[in-house]
Design a protein around this ligand. Structure first.
Ligand code: ADP
Ligand code: MG
Length: 736
C-alpha cells in the first residue's frame, strides 16, 4: 500500500544569529565565520594559546549567517519538506541549540511582522495556499500543540492545563499521545488562533517563563489529510503529519550538588534531550542494534523522524560570540552526527485512523437521513403537483430544495391550522369529542414543529461538516494574483538553483582532493617535490585538525564522565540512606509485604502498590479494619521510635474462607410443590385438633394469631390469602 523510497539522510542546516546588543557592548570577539555558498562553517579558538591553531571546519547541507532572511530559509530548506507533507509524507523540523541562539525565532519568529515570521506561520500560509489551488481533492487540516517538561506531557490546547497526558502504543497507529486534543481548521486565521491559544497556555503555570521555555520541548503538529479519486475509481486518502519542534536549550544543566527531590528533578530536566543524543549516536554508529527510543517521551514520540519513515530537517542554532564557543562547538558536533541518520520516507496511504474518512462517512450518513426525510415530502409534493395539473420543472438545485422545504412546512402548518379551526367551528360535535380532536391536532402540530427543527439541525450539521472539508476553488479560494504567483515561482526557482550550486561546489571540493592524489606523473623531480610538498602540507593540516578534534572530544568526554560519576555518587548516597532506614525501621515481614505488592506500571513509568485483596465477583476493594482508638500501630522494634512509624502500610487482609449467607435459589416447580406440601401440613394440623369447631372460629378470624410460627424458609412468602388465615397452633410441652 505504501510507496517505499530509497533511504535519504536527515537534512541538517546551521543558522548563526547576529551579535546582540549586550555582546556588542561588551566587545566580544566573533569566532564564527560562514561560507554560505559552500555550506561551510569555521570556528576559531579564542584562546591565546591556540592562536595558531587552524579553525575548525564543518560542512552542512546549508548554512545561514546573521543576514539570512526567514523567507530564504523557508524557500530553500523548509518548503520542500512541507511540500512532501502535502503529498502524504510525515515531516519533522527540529530546532536545536543553546538557549538564546534563535530556536524560537526560527520556528515562530516575530508574529506581527510578515518579514520575520518563522517556519510555523509560513507553513500555514503555504499549506492553505496549496489547498486553494488544488483540483478535485478534498482536504482536512487539523492542529495539535503539546509540551514536554520534566518528562510530563501537557496538552497546550486543552482547557484543563493541570492534566498530564500519556503516551500509548498501538500496532495500527504507532506511538501517540492519548486524549491529545486536535482542532480542525479551515483557514490560516483559524490555525493561527490555535497556535496563539497554545502559546498563551505555554506560559500558564510557569513560575519563570524564561527558565520554563528553555527547559521544555514544544511540539506543534499539523495533520494534512487529502482525499482524491485514484485510477481504480476509488477514493484514496493520504495523510501527512508535520511536527514542528522547538527543543529545550542544549546547554548542559548542572545536576551535581542537588539532592533528593531536586536531584530527581534535575536528572529529568533534559532527559529527553540527552536521550535524543543517544538515539542519534546509536543510529549513526551502525554497530548497535538497539536504538534507545524508549528512554524518553520525546524520542518515543518522534521515533518516525529519526531513522524512521519521515523526512527530517534539523536546524542547529548557534551564537557568534567568543564566550559561547564551547557550546557552539558542541552543537556543531551534535549536528554533524545527525547528518548521517538515514530515513526511509514513505507516503501514508489509507491509514486506519484517517479523520477525513470518518468525516466523509458521517456526512454521507447524515445526508442519507436528510434524504429519507425529504423523500417522503417530495413524493407527497409531486402527487400534489400532478393533481394540480401544473407542470413545474423537476430538476432542482439545493437552493430550490430549501425553498421547497420551507414552502412544504408552511403548507403543512396551514393545513393543520385550517383543520383545527374547522373542528372549533363544528357545532355538531359533542364537547368531549371536540376537545379530544383538538388535542390530537395540537399534538400533530407539535410533532410537525419538532420534525422541522430536527431536519434543520441535521442540515446545519451537514453544512458545518462539509465546510471543514476544504476543496480548492470552492470553499477555499486563492487570493494571490498572477504577479504574486510568478514572483513566488521565481523565488522557489532561485532557491532550487542555490541549492544545486552548493551541492556542486561541495562535490568539486571533494573531487579536488581526490585528483590531487591521482596526479602521479611528473615532468621533473622538482615538480614532483613541489606537488608532494603541497600534498604533504595539506594532509598535515588535515591531520592536525583531526588530532585537535580528537582531543576536544576526549576532553568533552572526560568532563561528561566526571559529571556522571558525581551524579552516580550522589545517587549511591541516596540509596544507602534509604537502605539504612529500611533496615532499621521496617520489620522484615513489612518489607516482604511491600516486595510482593509493588509492581512497575510500564505505561505510567512509576512504581505502584497492588490493591490489598479483591473479592472475586464484584472486584471491590475490601474496607480495611479500623485500628483501635485512632492509635497508630507501632512497627519499629526500637522502643524510641515506636510512636513514630516510618512506614504505615495498610494491613493485609487474610484470605477469606467464609461467605455471606445467600438464599438458595429454588426452581419454581419445587417452590410450588413445597408451598403445596406446607399448606397441606397446616391443614393436617388444623384437622388433627379435636376441636373441630375451632376450624370455624379460625376462619372467621376471631382468634389471635399465635406469636411463633414455623421457621421461615427464607423465601419471601406472598401475602397470605385473606380468605384463609390459618396458622398452626403451638402445642407446648407434649408429655411422653
Ligand atoms: P531560543 O529560542 O533559542 O532560546 P530565541 O529565538 O528566543 O532563542 O532568540 C533570542 C533572541 O535573539 C531573540 O530576541 C531573537 O529575536 C533574537 N534572534 C535570534 N535569531 C535571530 C536572527 N537570525 N536574526 C535576528 N534576531 C535573532
Ligand atoms: Mg526559545
Amino acid at each position: 500500500m505504501s510507496k517505499s523510497k530509497s533511504p535519504e539522510s536527515v537534512k541538517v542546516v546551521v543558522r548563526c544569529r547576529p551579535m546582540n546588543e549586550k555582546e556588542r557592548a561588551a566587545g566580544f570577539e566573533r569566532v564564527v565565520s560562514l561560507d554560505v555558498k559552500l555550506g561551510q562553517i569555521m570556528v576559531k579558538n579564542p584562546r591565546e594559546a591556540s592562536a595558531n591553531e587552524p579553525p575548525k571546519v564543518f560542512t552542512f547541507d546549508s548554512v545561514y549567517d546573521w543576514n539570512s532572511k526567514q523567507i530564504d530559509l523557508y524557500d530553500e530548506t523548509f518548503r520542500p519538506l512541507v511540500d512532501s507533507v502535502l503529498l502524504g509524507f510525515n515531516g519533522t523540523i527540529f530546532a536545536y541549540g543553546q538557549t538564546g541562539t534563535g530556536k524560537t525565532y526560527t520556528m515562530e519568529g516575530v508574529r506581527k511582522d510578515p518579514e520575520r515570521r518563522g517556519v510555523i506561520p509560513n507553513s500555514f500560509e503555504h499549506i492553505f495556499t496549496h489547498i486553494s489551488r488544488s483540483q478535485n481533492q478534498q482536504y482536512l487540516v487539523s492542529a495539535s500543540y503539546l509540551e514536554i517538561y520534566q518528562e510530563e506531557i501537557r496538552d497546550l490546547l486543552s482547557k484543563d492545563q493541570s492534566r498530564r497526558l500519556e503516551l500509548r502504543e498501538r500496532p495500527d497507529v504507532g506511538v501517540h499521545v492519548r486524549d491529545l486534543s486536535s482542532f480542525v481548521t479551515k483557514s490560516v486565521r483559524e490555525i493561527e488562533n490555535v497556535m496563539n491559544i497554545g502559546n498563551q497556555n505555554r506560559s500558564v503555570g510557569a513560575t519563570n517563563m524564561n527558565e520554563h521555555s528553555s527547559r521544555s520541548h514544544a511540539i506543534f503538529v499539523i495533520t494534512v489529510e487529502c482525499s482524491e479519486m485514484g485510477v481504480d475509481e476509488e477514493n484514496h486518502i493520504r495523510v501527512g503529519k508535520l511536527n514542528l519542534v522547538d527543543l529545550a536549550g542544549s546547554e548542559r544543566q548542572s545536576k551535581t550538588g542537588a539532592q533528593g527531590e531536586r536531584l530527581k528533578e534535575a536528572t529529568k530536566i533534559n532527559l529527553s534531550l540527552s536521550a535524543l543524543g543517544n538515539v542519534i549516536s546509536a543510529l549513526v554508529d551502525g554497530r548497535s542494534s538497539h536504538i534507545p527510543y524508549r528512554d524518553s517521551k520525546l524520542t518515543r514520540l518522534l521515533q518516525d523522524s529519526l531513522g524512521g519513515n519521515a523526512r527530517t530537517v534539523m536546524v542547529a542554532n548557534i551564537g557568534p560570540a567568543s564566550y559561547n564557543v564551547e557550546e557552539t562547538l558542541t552543537t556543531l558536533r551534535y549536528a554533524n552526527r545527525a547528518k548521517n541518520i538515514k530515513n526511509k520516507p514513505r507516503i501514508n496511504e489509507d491509514p486506519k485512523d484517517a479523520m477525513l474518512r470518518t468525516f466523509q462517512e458521517e456526512i454521507l450518513r447524515l445526508k442519507e437521513q436528510l434524504k429519507k426525510r425529504g423523500g417522503k415530502k417530495k413524493r407527497r409534493k409531486q402527487r400534489r403537483r400532478r393533481a394540480d395539473g401544473e407542470d413545474q420543472e423537476e430538476g432542482e438545485t439545493d437552493d430550490d430544495d430549501d425553498e421547497d422545504k420551507g414552502e412544504y412546512w408552511k403548507e403543512q402548518q396551514e393545513k393543520l391550522e385550517r383543520e383545527r379551526r374547522a373542528i372549533v367551528e363544528d357545532h355538531s360535535l359533542v364537547a368531549e369529542e371536540k376537545a379530544r380532536l383538538l388535542k390530537e391536532k395540537e399534538k400533530k402540530m407539535e410533532d410537525l414543529r419538532r420534525e422541522k427543527e430536527a431536519g434543520e439541525m441535521l442540515a446545519a450539521k451537514v453544512k458545518d461538516m462539509e465546510s471543514r472539508l476544504l476543496v480548492g476553488g470552492k470553499n477555499i479560494v486563492d487570493h494571490t494574483n498572477e504577479q504574486q504567483r510568478v514572483l513566488e515561482q521565481k523565488r522557489q526557482e532561485i532557491a532550487e538553483q542555490k541549492r544545486r550550486e552548493r551541492e556542486m561546489r561541495q562535490q568539486m571540493e571533494n573531487r579536488d582532493e581526490e585528483t590531487l592524489e591521482l596526479k602521479e606523473t611528473y615532468s621533473s623531480l622538482q615538480q614532483e617535490v613541489d606537488i608532494k610538498t603541497k600534498k604533504l602540507k595539506k594532509l598535515f593540516s588535515k591531520l592536525q585538525a583531526v588530532k585537535g578534534e580528537i582531543e576536544d572530544v576526549q576532553e568533552q568526554h572526560i568532563s561528561e564522565r566526571q559529571e556522571h560519576e558525581q551524579i552516580q555518587d550522589e545517587l549511591t548516597r541516596e540509596l544507602k540512606l534509604k537502605q539504612l532506614i529500611l533496615e532499621n525501621f521496617i520489620p522484615q515481614d513489612e518489607k516482604n509485604k511491600i516486595k510482593t505488592r509493588m509492581f512497575f506500571d510500564e505505561e505510567e513509568e512509576s512504581w505502584k502498590m497492588k490493591p490489598i485483596t479483591r473479592l472475586e465477583e464484584d472486584h471491590q476493594m475490601m474496607s480495611r479494619p479500623q485500628s483501635a482508638g485512632g492509635y497508630r500501630r507501632p512497627l519499629s522494634r526500637d522502643a524510641r521510635y515506636k510512636a513514630e512509624n516510618v512506614l504505615m502500610l495498610a494491613m493485609d487482609m487474610p484470605t477469606r474462607t467464609t461467605r455471606d449467607y445467600q438464599e438458595p435459589v429454588i426452581d419454581p416447580k419445587t417452590a410450588a410443590a413445597l408451598e403445596d406440601a406446607l399448606r397441606e401440613e397446616k391443614e393436617i394440623q388444623v384437622d388433627a385438633s379435636d376441636h373441630s369447631s375451632l376450624g370455624a372460629a379460625f376462619s372467621s378470624g376471631s382468634l389471635k394469631k399465635p406469636k411463633s410460627g414455623r421457621p421461615r424458609t427464607g423465601r419471601k412468602s406472598g401475602t397470605p390469602s385473606p380468605g384463609n388465615p390459618l396458622y398452626p397452633q403451638p402445642r407446648g410441652l407434649v408429655p411422653k
